[in-house]
Design a protein around this ligand. Structure first.
Ligand SMILES: [Ca+2]
Ligand SMILES: [Ca+2]
Length: 237
């Protein structure tokens, strides 16, 4: 009874401490998508101004809202309805071969002014079989250094999953982009991504975790010694 009580008490303390440093969901690319205005929920929809690059000058020039509600999306005024960025997909620019870029800026438009490690997780997928398309994730860190975290070709049925952790601060940009490669045919690319703060355990919660571990160990020892007694009985009889 005493051991069970100790485990229960430590579990309650741990639950209380974990809420003080819980992960914060900074962004969800699909849930946060909006055509109300550029910058809504911290996201902008545009291109880099050069062809087939994974970093560079970001621009929303020429982007307008098209489509029928609720399926409106951002369109960048080139041929074949490109470049385009929707809640769930993006397509690079057909004429200029510029990448379609979905940008989240930390701390912009009322978003949390977070400084620390951000975790970027998500999936790019080929929604138009064939073609060559390149998916990238590019982040500007608190020192204004640019990090191209991935630049992978997307061909075929296997989605590309990513999971990166990187330092950010208010003003850091996190870009999810797709490049057209040799041409812009068959380059429609599905995208879903989240940005969360990476949890940092506090010294107090580490100590409590150890306490919980000790309590569990004591309980296990109790159980194994009971099992040992039970096992010895047949041999002694
Ligand atoms: Ca394709
Ligand atoms: Ca292509």
């Amino acid at each position: 009874m005493f051991r069970l009580g100790m485990v229960a008490a430590s579990a309650v303390i741990l639950a209380g401490s974990s809420t003080s440093r819980a992960q914060i969901l900074l962004a969800d690319s699909q849930a946060d998508f909006s055509t109300a205005a550029q910058g809504t929920n911290g996201f902008q929809y545009g291109v880099y101004t050069a062809a087939n690059v994974t970093s560079g000058t970001f621009s929303t020039a020429g982007f307008v809202v098209v489509g029928t509600p609720p399926n409106t999306y951002w369109y960048g005024s080139e041929s074949l309805g490109t470049p385009a960025i929707t809640a769930t997909a993006q397509h690079p620019a057909f004429d200029t071969l510029r990448p379609a870029v979905r940008r989240y800026t930390v701390g912009s438009n009322g978003e949390p002014a977070f400084t620390g490690l951000a975790r970027l997780q998500g999936t790019f997928s080929d929604l138009d079989p064939g073609g060559d398309t390149f998916a990238f994730v590019t982040v500007t860190d608190p020192n204004n250094s640019i990090h191209v975290l991935m630049d992978n070709v997307i061909v075929g049925a296997t989605p590309i999953l990513f999971d990166f952790t990187i330092a950010v601060a208010p003003g850091s940009t996190i870009d999810f982009g797709v490049n057209p490669g040799t041409n812009g045919f068959n380059d429609l690319t599905g995208f879903a991504g989240t940005i969360t703060t990476s949890p940092v355990p506090e010294p107090a919660s580490i100590a409590l975790t150890l306490l919980g571990g000790i309590a569990l160990t004591l309980t296990r020892r109790g159980r194994s010694s009971q099992a040992g007694n039970g096992a010895r009985r047949p041999s002694s009889d």
